[in-house]
Design a binder for this molecule. Structure first.
Ligand code: KG4
Ligand code: ZN
Length: 343
């Protein structure tokens, strides 16, 4: 079954094709330059850019994968969560395509797609623990199998990627902040700037990052109007270490509470972070768990994960009606409690 997947939940217009052999094309038209001068994504601009980009990206993805439109067996698109206008553009386009091709359509949960991207190249080991870290989400999810999820802990306020983006803006750095902070932190000295670790009480699996933003602002004020490159690097290092310490601490705690887990996985844009991937690899070695750093192209928003997840849903017999609504918010939901969608 050949599935065409569409992702437009934020600022990437992406189209991919997936079949039994994996993913064949994953085209991403990024809007980073469009939003850069605003220091974050402007929802209305994102929607308009998706409308302009989608058809050319679909055509390019079909061409790159050597697929004719009439060879597409089903269409999948992100139904949420995300910027509602942006989600609507891709979802509506997917429905129209499915209607015109008279083929099945399925809506995909963006967070589920980020998690299941880990199973595109090689099977995931279930039950699994997934740490979802993106611009809009930070959560620990117990994955019993495709479609069977339990949220163990979420952020009370900012997401990790959002924290990097907002602190980067405070530091006068470009958007998106995550990769820039990672680069700067390489030259920073460990322990020079110590920032708070929040919600550290034993057993707690929630996250909170808004205090970090305030701590960064205060530290910047103490440095005066023109911090040196060294001071910026030390601050970036202090920020990255504070974030990673909390992410690792909570992951370890979740593993202590869920000893049946066989694999740990990273999902979302922040999963591209080198030090995070290294620390996860170390934790997996220490505990004898499966872990593979996800391909970089499948960490940040992409349609490969949407086509792939949509295909798993369709194989499990799930089809959505063309009246499926888009949604802006909402945690990951289970749809196959017996895990029968694997394969
Ligand atoms: O998953 P994603 O592409 O979009 C959302 O669904 O939110 O994640 C984007 C986020 C941004 O906040 C960006 O700063 C962060 O991922 N990010 C990183 C890295 N690459 C992207 N954060 C830390 N280190 C990176 N290398
Ligand atoms: Zn995402």
């Amino acid at each position: 079954m050949k599935v065409l997947g569409i992702e437009t939940s934020c600022d990437e217009s992406s189209v991919a094709l997936a079949d039994a052999d994996g993913v064949h094309a994953n085209l991403v038209s990024s809007q980073i330059q469009l939003h850069d001068k605003f220091g974050g994504v402007v929802p209305e601009l994102a929607s308009r850019a998706h409308v302009r980009n989608l058809l050319p990206v679909i055509e390019a993805a079909l061409e790159q994968s050597g697929t004719r439109l009439d060879e597409v067996d089903a269409v999948a698109a992100t139904a949420g969560p995300g910027l509602i206008g942006a989600v609507l553009t891709g979802l509506t386009c997917a429905k129209a395509l499915a209607w015109s091709l008279q083929c099945p359509f399925v809506g995909v949960h963006h967070i589920e797609a980020h998690i299941l991207a880990n199973s595109i190249d090689v099977p995931m080991q279930f039950p699994a623990l997934a740490l979802v870290v993106s611009g809009g989400h930070t959560e620990l999810v117990l994955v019993r199998g495709p479609g069977d999820y339990q949220r163990l802990g979420v952020t009370r306020d900012d997401a990790v990627g959002e924290t990097f983006d907002k602190t980067a803006k405070l530091m006068g750095l470009p958007y998106p902040g995550g990769p820039v902070i990672e680069g700067l932190a390489r030259d920073g000295r460990e322990g020079e700037v110590r920032l708070p670790r929040s919600l550290t009480t034993p057993g707690n699996l929630e996250f909170s990052f808004s205090g970090l933003k305030t701590a960064v602002r205060r530290h910047l004020e103490s440095l005066g109007p023109a911090p040196t490159a060294r001071q910026q690097a030390d601050l970036a290092r202090g920020l990255l270490d504070a974030v990673l310490d909390v992410l690792l601490m909570k992951t370890e705690r979740a593993l202590d509470q869920q000893p049946q887990v066989r694999g740990i996985y990273l999902a979302g844009g922040v999963a591209a972070n080198g030090p995070l991937r290294e620390r996860f690899a170390g934790l997996a070695r220490e505990r004898g768990l499966d872990f593979r750093p996800p391909r970089l192209a499948w960490c940040t928003d992409n349609a490969a994960m949407v086509a792939w997840t949509g295909r798993l849903q369709l194989l499990a017999g799930r089809v959505d009606g063309l009246n499926l609504p888009a949604f802006a918010r909402g945690g990951i939901r289970s749809w196959a409690v017996d895990g029968s969608a694997a394969g």
